[in-house]
Ligand binder design. Structure first.
Ligand code: NAD
Length: 423
């Protein structure tokens, strides 16, 4: 808290992140996590008693969380503070020592963390290592007791391969394309406002940002109109002039996203302006880009929102299921039957109905991917459990030692065993 302004400065320098977004999605987010963890720590760490079957009576059984040891936490650059500090809070709560590796791409935040953490934390238990590929490769050669990695699928595979050398368990928080299904009877005004906020927050560089939209052909025009209205309301005539609109992290990512825009420029229905010097990409809406193009094949991770027209809800479900399991799936609908259908027939890290991204504020929900979007989860108690070995303990008594399980295995013992095993 003493360094609140230094945190805002670093985030502004790395991503032109405005103070409101920096407060909501990084500073206050981590503070809330810390307060919640401190408040709940006693109950999370308490041994949990479970019942014991007759065969093991008299005896008691319980689960006692114990720390793994030393954990390595590697973060991504898009929420460079939250993505290392939030796992660190969980790891410390669970009693571990921590090595943090912030992303070198968010250089100002990485430097700030490397300066502040030794100042405030016990250096014998918490260490920060800065660096890029070379340093990460060196770190991954060491033996850790647990690794949490947040980043891309490709590097996730490298991390998992390195971890397998030491049989180190991993949590991989990866990305991918998070679809958004808009049902026929969705409230388009509210849908548009929530979608625009979630997509263009941090200039689209959010792992759970809606990547593309699926909408029935007959409603697409009205949806696009509502999205344009909302963009105007939230970022004004020119997002470039808005204090609240961020910039792309670096030239490499700028070029990658600009190529999506250029390659499918015929399909742009709003936006499309880019400025390399300022790493600015205008909030851009596309209608029916080529499904084999980069923008529809790779994770966009930038302020471009393709809208794909479909004929039915079933087609949307088939579309989602024909691709890798997403980190988040969004659906805007007023129809409970359709919501049930999507819930039952699709699989995703998280499913969020009638909103997007906001589910992150609920620490009672686990956050993580499934399939190619990752494995394992954290947030609140789920983070504590991730960084704990949940050790089962059975504690038996010496008295009443019925010998029915011991050899010689007579037929009477067999009958008695069958009877007791039923209890
Ligand atoms: P990245 O995987 O490219 O890089 C992450 C870090 O890995 C880098 O900072 C670097 O130090 C290291 N690294 C890169 N190449 C390496 C190599 N060859 N060997 C060893 N280490 C290497 O990811 P990124 O660009 O920082 O993040 C973008 C991705 O992260 C997106 O896919 C996004 O969806 C995902 N993401 C997921 C979450 C989540 O919580 N699930 C959050 C944010 C971002």
């Amino acid at each position: 808290m003493e360094n609140e302004n230094a945190i805002y400065d670093a985030l502004s320098s790395d991503l032109s992140k405005c103070q409101f977004e920096a407060y909501v999605s990084e500073y206050q987010y981590v503070l809330k996590d810390i307060k919640h963890s401190i408040k709940q720590l006693k109950s999370w760490s308490k041994p949990q008693h479970v019942s014991t079957p007759m065969l093991a009576q008299p005896g008691r059984s319980f689960i006692r969380p114990e720390p793994y040891g030393t954990v390595l936490i590697m973060g991504a650059w898009n929420y460079p503070l939250q993505l290392v500090l939030s796992p660190m809070v969980a790891a410390i709560a669970a009693g571990n020592c921590v090595v943090l590796k912030p992303s070198e791409l968010a250089a100002a935040t990485s430097t700030l963390l490397a300066t502040l953490i030794p100042k405030y934390m016990d250096a014998s238990a918490i260490a920060v290592y800065e660096g890029g590929v070379e340093e990460t490769t060196a770190l991954l050669k060491l033996r850790f007791d647990y690794i949490m990695y947040t980043g891309s699928e490709n590097v996730g595979k490298i991390v998992m391969r390195a971890a397998s050398e030491h049989l180190t368990p991993v949590t991989l928080e990866l990305g991918g394309k998070s679809p958004c299904i808009i049902d026929a009877d969705a409230n388009l005004k509210v849908t548009a406002d929530r979608l625009i906020w979630a997509k263009f927050l941090n200039a689209g560089q959010t792992c759970i940002a809606p990547d593309y939209v699926l909408v029935e052909r007959k409603h697409s025009k009205a949806l696009i109109e509502a999205l344009k209205q909302s963009l105007l309301k939230q970022y004004g005539e020119s997002a470039k002039e808005s204090q609240d609109y961020g910039r792309i992290i670096n030239q490499r990512h700028f070029d990658r996203i600009s190529e999506y825009v250029a390659a499918e420029s015929d399909t742009i229905v709003h936006g499309g302006q880019v400025s390399r010097d300022e790493k600015y990409i205008e909030p851009t809406l596309m209608l029916n880009p080529d499904l084999t193009s980069g923008v529809m094949q790779e994770e966009i991770f930038g302020p471009v929102l393709p809208i794909i027209e479909v004929e039915s809800l079933q087609e949307s479900i088939d579309f989602v299921n024909s691709r890798e399991k997403p980190l988040a799936l969004y659906m805007f609908s007023n129809n409970d039957k359709n919501v049930k259908l999507v819930t039952q027939r699709t699989s995703s890290g998280t499913l969020c109905i009638n909103d997007a991204v906001i589910f992150m504020v609920n620490h009672n929900l686990p956050f993580g991917g499934v399939g190619n979007s990752g494995m394992g989860s954290y947030h609140g108690k789920w983070g504590f459990d991730t960084f704990s070995h949940l050790k089962p303990i059975m504690h038996r008594s010496f008295w009443a030692d019925a010998p029915i399980r011991y050899a010689p295995y007579t037929s009477l013992k067999k009958k008695l065993f069958k009877l007791v095993a039923k209890l």
